[in-house]
Each structure stands twice: as C-alpha cells, then as structure tokens.
Design a protein around this ligand. Structure first.
Ligand code: MV4
Length: 466
C-alpha cells in the first residue's frame, strides 16, 4: 500500500514501514531557537535554510545554515511574520518542510494551512489542532468532555455584567478572575476580590480583550490563589500514539515572563506526576494532537491541578526536559512530522535540570531592555553545563525582537547540585557591553526559599535585588 501525505511518501506493509525523511528544512525563526533546530538537522543529515531580516544579517543562524534568504526589513511584520516572504523563500530553495520554532508563526493556524496548501510540511500541528487550543473557551470545553480537570467558572462566554455579578456571587464565589477567550499568556486578565469591583473589571477586561485580540469575549473562573505553574511535555504521532515526558516547573516568572524553569518540579510527587501525565495525554488525545506539545496546569497548595492552556509548539524551556530524560525533542518533532511512529512509552525524569534565561535586560532597573553591542563574551562550560545561545563577542543585539540572548542550563543528579552548578556557571559568565539578567539569577540561586523549592507564581512579586 502506498499513502501520499503532503510531504513524503510512506510505504506501509502491515507493521513494516519506511519513512522518507525531509531533505531540506526552512527555519522560520531567528536567534537561539533557529540555531537549535539547525544543530539537530545537521545531526540528521537534513539541509537547512535560514531566513533573516536585514537586522539579522550578521546572526549566527545565517552563517550556520546551508542556505540563507533575506526576507525583509527588521520589524517582525515585515520579516519573520511575513507569510508570503517566507513561502517564497521556501519555494525558491525547494525546502520540503518548515520549522516555525517558538513565537512568531509557531501557533498561527493560517500559516500551518498555507504550508499544507503548498505541499510543504509544517513541523507542528494542523490548523484544526491549533484553533481548538487557541480559543480558550473551546479548549476548556474540549478538556471537560475529555475528563481533564479545569478551574470551575462560567463555562462559556459572559453575556452581561449582570450575569457576571450573579455568577461571581452565587455560583463561583469570590475571588474570581476574568479572562479573554482569545487571550493566553496572561494578557487581559482581571482578578476581582469583591462584588463592588466587578462592574469596572468586567468593562476593562472586555475593552482590553477587544483592543488586544479583536475579540471581546471574556469568561470567568474561580481565582486560584498562590498557584504553581507546572507543565507537562507530551508527544503524539500521526497514528494516535501518545507519551508524557515529565514536567517543568515555571513558577519563577515576572509579569508573565518566565525567568527560570526546572525539571522535575520540587513540588512534584510520584502520584501527582502520574495523574498529571495521564491528564496531559487525555488532553492531547482529545484533539488527536500530532507533534510535541505542552499542557500547562495550575497546581494549588493541596496539589489539586487544573488545565490552563496547551502550547502547540516547542517551547523556550524544552531543554530542561531534554536533559532530565536524555532525549532530543527537536529530533522527535521532525521525526513525527515526517510520519514516524513514537514508541508510546512514557518518560520519567532521571536527573535534575535548571534553566536560567539570560536576557539583555537590567534587573536593577525593572528589567528594562538593554540592546546594543556585546563587547566581551565568555561562556561558561564544564561538567553539567549547557549553553544555548546565538550571540558572540562583537554581536549587536537588535532592538526589534525579544531580549533573550541565551539560555544557561545545568544538569545534575540532585536539585541541590544543579543549583550549585548553576551558581558556579553564572559566576563564570562574562557579558560586557549590555546589562543582563545574570546578577538576578546569581541572587536567586542563593535565596533560601528558592533553594528549599518553596515558591509559587507570586515569588518574584516580593523578591528584591540587593
Ligand atoms: C489563573 C490564575 C489563578 N486562577 N487562573 C496567568 C497566565 C494565564 N495562562 C493564566 N494565568 C493565571 N490564571 C485562575 N483561575 C493565575 C494565573 C497567573 C499565573 C499563572 C501561571 C504563572 C504565573 C501567573 C502569574 C499571575 C497569574
């Protein structure tokens, strides 16, 4: 039997299967993730095409790729978000697949559809899968039907401020949180502690949703106080096989920007891992998910967990999972997209890994962006140290994109050792010319509560630099 898929031909004789792996992948991204994908492609014998804006001409991803195509002016909308320019680059270079990385077009259903329409495999989920998780009310309804726990709330859209008032008072109970159905990542949320504040919160949440997402639909949930953010990495293939691959604790965030991630979570127990892993697989299976992905959960102090959202992409923090299960997630993502089967066996963390995001930001000045030229660079090394970064001495950090200039990951047998290695590696790191988050991370690694694993998503609200 011969099956045609968009990108490759699979010969299938009962249980025997030959996959035709991609020959050339275009990476529709920049920075460290573009390099990360190129590295795995090299190991797999796959040719790579970099795309770049005029601001990124001197970037390492351009030099490391086999081919590079300039796709426009610096602004994202003119380059890394410009679908016609990226499709033209893929066609002229004869790429048979596109890897979107994270951010930019990674969760753009239209882009996934356009790739399919052009016979170029989008290395990620289908537009239907992206859409089901992109609308938060639809995602929640899908999760309820699949038996995945969600935070109790309004269910569907709020129809009026009167309905919101009634629900908050008589059904959900204060405190409540209002969220945009088109939102995610914390944009346009409002916490309401008492009845007299709900009218104003309703109006501002709706207005903010309309302005940010061109969709003013909002819904209500019980506000979970001092939760942890724990997410489960999963993978699913085109044949309905799924696996969970341990958790990441991402509670150390500031204004919804993650700064530190680790695996396993210091709050985890074997029973909770099993329950959350099974729930994550139910969530993925409910949308026939294909690719690697992440189910985000809120976990309260009693270890009740609730589905928050699903990220239908590879994430910045995927590296800590790679280190604790000793597994290349980008390779897996590419294999799944090319039609390979996964084993379906779950993974347990065997090590402890921590990631510190190294951003060109000033931690002494409200984490203000600090773009400019890196005049001196010394990168740490040694046992248990991994650095994923695209910068070099003399590199100029452009002001147009996010401020992340690298990720420092340490791995050890215990959490304590991973923290000690992190402190040592951070002390070795020298970046001159721009301000960075390194001083923040050094202080965090010495913090008693952090070292005890005693933190929630509120931790950084009270953390003070000295
Ligand atoms: C919540 C919550 C408490 N209760 N939902 C923030 C990002 C978005 N994905 C959802 N978020 C939250 N939703 C209920 N019902 C608290 C947050 C939240 C948060 C979550 C994860 C990590 C950091 C956070 C910081 C503030 C609020």
């Amino acid at each position: 039997m011969l099956m045609e898929t968009t990108n490759c031909t699979i010969f299938k004789f009962s249980n025997f299967q030959i996959n035709l792996m991609f020959k050339k992948i275009l990476i529709a991204n920049r920075g460290e993730i573009a390099l990360r994908v190129i590295r795995t492609c090299r190991e797999m014998g796959i040719k790579t095409v970099a795309v770049y804006s005029t601001a990124d001409k001197e970037s390492l991803h351009v030099r490391f790729a086999d081919e590079a195509v300039c796709i426009g002016k610096p602004a994202g909308a003119d380059s890394y978000l410009n679908i016609p320019h990226i499709m033209a680059a893929a066609e002229i270079t004869n790429a048979d697949a596109i890897h979107p990385g994270y951010g930019f077009l990674a969760e753009n259903a239209k882009f996934s559809q356009i790739c399919a329409d052009h016979g170029i495999k989008f290395i990620g989920p289908t537009p239907e899968m992206i859409n089901k998780m992109g609308d938060k009310i639809t995602a929640k309804e899908t999760m309820i039907a699949a038996g995945v726990p969600v935070v109790p709330g309004s269910g569907g859209l709020l129809e009026s401020v009167e309905q919101a008032k009634d629900l908050a008072k008589n059904v959900v109970g204060y405190p409540v949180i209002l969220k945009a159905t088109a939102g995610g990542g914390g944009k346009g949320m409002r916490v309401v502690w008492k009845e007299e504040d709900i009218e104003k919160a309703y109006d501002t949440a709706k207005a903010e949703a309309a302005a940010s997402f061109k969709n003013d639909g909002i819904y209500m949930e019980k506000f979970v106080e001092e939760p942890r953010h724990i997410e489960i990495q999963i993978a699913g293939d085109q044949y309905g096989n799924y696996c969970h691959m341990s958790e990441r604790d991402c509670s150390i965030q500031r204004r919804h920007q993650k700064l530190v991630e680790e695996s396993p979570s210091p709050f985890m127990t074997p029973d909770l891992r099993k329950a959350m892993g099974e729930a994550a697989i139910k969530a993925a299976a409910a949308i026939n998910y294909e690719s690697v992905g992440t189910i985000e959960f809120l976990v309260d102090k009693h270890r009740n967990f609730y589905f928050m959202e699903m990220n239908t992409r590879i994430q910045v923090e995927h590296c800590v999972t790679e280190e604790v299960i000793n597994f290349d997630l980008i390779k897996e993502q590419i294999k799944i997209a090319s039609g390979e089967k996964i084993s379906g066996k779950n993974y347990e963390p065997e090590m402890h890994a921590i990631e510190c995001r190294i951003n060109a930001e000033d931690p002494y000045n409200d984490f203000r962006p600090s773009p400019g030229k890196i005049t001196t660079l010394h990168t740490p090394g040694g046992h248990g140290v991994r650095v994923d970064s695209h910068v070099y001495a003399g590199y100029v950090i452009p002001p147009y994109y996010d401020s992340m200039i690298g990720k420092l990951i340490t791995v050890a047998r215990t959490r304590e050792e991973a923290i000690d290695t992190m402190y040592r590696a951070l002390s070795e790191y020298v970046i001159e010319g721009v301000k960075t988050t390194i001083p923040f991370h050094l202080q965090l690694m010495l913090n008693e509560d952090f070292r005890k694993g005693n933190f929630t998503t509120k931790f950084l609200e009270t953390f003070k630099m000295v």
